[in-house]
Design a binder for this molecule. Structure first.
Ligand SMILES: Cc1cc2nc3c(=O)[nH]c(=O)nc-3n(C[C@H](O)[C@H](O)[C@H](O)COP(=O)(O)OP(=O)(O)OC[C@H]3O[C@@H](n4cnc5c(N)ncnc54)[C@H](O)[C@@H]3O)c2cc1C
Length: 501
């Protein structure tokens, strides 16, 4: 088949999938007034290969057949491969008006399965993941990652009989010669209503008692028994807003219900091997936290730009307090950028795949999520109260009062009232400010605790070396010069990502 056009991608979504939104069944996600913006946003993944200047970035040539396929389906083997992927996602987000297309980024979840298949050395799983990758490439498919279970009582494990019922985590309820039957629900699944395939995996480690819950597989989004409840979102522009010629870009997510869904064996990548649930989800998470920081960079560039614009329009650009605040924003943006790139360069190799450095990728996610509210606080402070109290475009147009707005809401000699109002509107409308965005930053791609656990888990062994250094330098441990040189050598390896699992 080869590369799809954006129109072919949209056509592929008219497949009888069961999507519900605000109490109604959606006939066609590509035309539904509340979903079509999200479909267009995802379609950008199919636009980029058609742009001659970005084709080399978006597309890779098969070494054997010479056929072209999306770079997302290229298995990264080196730091350079990861950096190319980083560049692709960031460029796509910038070109897509700061919003990542998210139609293939969740290949991260499939790659978690690939690492696990190789870590197990399981021939069947290796063959199945290889075949599925070919299927994705050949048909140029899009996919969502369905990882987060609804979980019920968070203090209890999946199979704990004290849970209200056994389906708070997705599980296998039947098996036969042809495949497995699964039941459960995954929540907050970005782009699920408007991609071709769902990649499902456990959201946490499992114990032996939880073996039925240790399951990973791929399934078409229109498979029998899958019902999706899409989250209605508002893309803001209405009659009260200054018109902007650029298209709106945004995503939504869904509660995905698996009502006894059959999955053929060739699409099952984990089934009962509870010891490998953690390998699958952690390797997904290392990749995905890097993906997350990458596309957040495009948002933050816009936030910094809007803050700089309003500071200039209000005549406070050179004030020392505002310069300090702008410095804080620049520091935030550049730390994100540096951590994102460093995680690629100091990658580790797991199951033959280059994986962004686990500690650095989690530090990147934790850093931007933990500081996001500080950053929005700074921007809100610089803007002043007009950020929320600004009159509307309808008032601006009114023949009686529009002139007063022009006169009284202007800024410096060069800053018209319209420019000020437009920049403030952009801050409210782009994915920058507001409760929904605050929550997205904290939880999307894993909670703060998940990142902290990963950082500690991955860096725990490094602490021993640092402790050894402290004990040597404080005289607690006597060490020869040769031993001390060896210790320094070991210290220099930390974070360089040379492990192979
Ligand atoms: C916008 C958005 C998009 C998302 N997209 C996707 C997606 O595409 N695919 C996907 O699979 N998921 C997605 N997620 C889900 C995301 O990964 C989860 O929101 C995140 O992992 C937190 O899980 P939760 O929402 O169930 O919150 P909870 O697990 O309920 O966490 C809430 C709080 O409880 C704490 N907590 C939970 N369990 C325990 C425990 N046992 N002990 C101590 N503290 C605990 C957490 O640390 C946190 O502070 C998305 C989320 C958002 C907000």
């Amino acid at each position: 088949m080869g590369l799809k056009t954006p129109e072919e991608f949209k056509e592929s979504l008219r497949d009888g999938r069961e999507v519900f939104l605000a109490g109604e069944k959606v006939e066609d996600v590509t035309t539904h007034p509340k979903l079509k913006v999200a479909v267009e946003t995802a379609a950008f993944d199919y636009v980029m290969p058609e742009m001659p200047e970005y084709r080399d970035l978006a597309v890779v040539k098969d070494e054997k057949t010479g056929e072209e396929f999306s770079r997302y389906f290229y298995r990264p083997k080196t730091g350079d491969d990861l950096l190319k992927r980083h560049e692709l996602m960031l460029t796509a987000s910038r070109l897509n008006y700061t919003t990542t297309p998210f139609a293939r980024e969740m290949i991260d979840s499939f790659n978690g399965c690939v690492v696990t298949a190789h870590a197990m050395g399981n021939k069947d799983y290796i063959e199945r993941t290889d075949a599925y990758l070919e299927h994705l490439k050949k048909n140029d498919l899009s996919l969502a990652g369905a990882i987060t279970d609804v979980k019920g009582d968070r203090s209890l494990r999946a199979a704990d009989p004290k849970q209200r019922h056994g389906d708070y985590y997705l599980r296998v309820i039947d098996k036969n010669k042809e495949g497995i039957v699964v039941r459960g629900a995954k929540v907050h699944i970005t782009a699920a209503p408007y991609v071709n395939e769902l990649l499902v995996m456990p959201c946490r480690n499992m114990t032996e008692a939880d073996a039925d819950y240790a399951v990973a597989f791929a399934i078409p989004a229109n498979a029998k028994g899958i019902k999706m409840v899409a989250h209605p979102f508002d893309w803001h522009r209405g009659p009260f807003d200054f018109p902007v010629d650029l298209p709106v870009r945004s995503h939504t997510d869904a509660l995905v219900i698996f009502d006894d869904v059959f999955v053929p064996w060739e699409r099952v990548f984990l089934c009962g091997e509870w010891q490998y649930a953690a390998t699958t989800v952690y390797n997904f998470a290392y990749l995905h936290r890097h993906t997350a920081v990458t596309y957040h960079i495009a948002w933050v560039e816009l936030i910094v730009g809007l803050a700089a614009a309003i500071a200039e329009y209000n005549g406070i650009k050179r004030a020392s307090n505002v310069r300090d605040q702008m410095t804080e924003l620049i520091f935030y943006l550049n730390t994100m950028k540096s951590l994102a790139r460093a995680s690629c360069m100091d990658n580790v190799v797991h199951g033959g795949l280059a994986i962004p450095n686990p500690v650095t990728a989690n530090c990147a996610k934790y850093y931007y999520a933990n500081n996001y509210h500080t950053i929005t606080k700074i921007v809100e402070d610089i803007c002043g109260g007009l950020l929320t109290t600004a009159p509307t475009y309808a008032d601006w147009q009114d023949s009686e009062i529009g002139g007063y707005m022009d006169k009284y809401l202007g800024g410096t000699a060069n800053a018209s009232a319209e420019a000020r109002l437009r920049v403030l509107q952009a801050l409210r409308h782009y994915p920058c400010l507001g409760m929904e965005l605050d929550v997205n930053n904290i939880h999307a791609e894993g909670s703060l605790m998940a990142a902290r656990l990963a950082i500690y888990g991955e860096a725990r062994q490094d602490l021993e070396l640092y402790k050894k250094l402290a004990e040597v330098l404080s005289g607690v441990t006597k060490t020869s010069w040769e031993e001390y040189v060896d210790l320094c050598e070991d210290l220099s390896k930390i974070g360089k990502g040379d492990s192979e699992v």
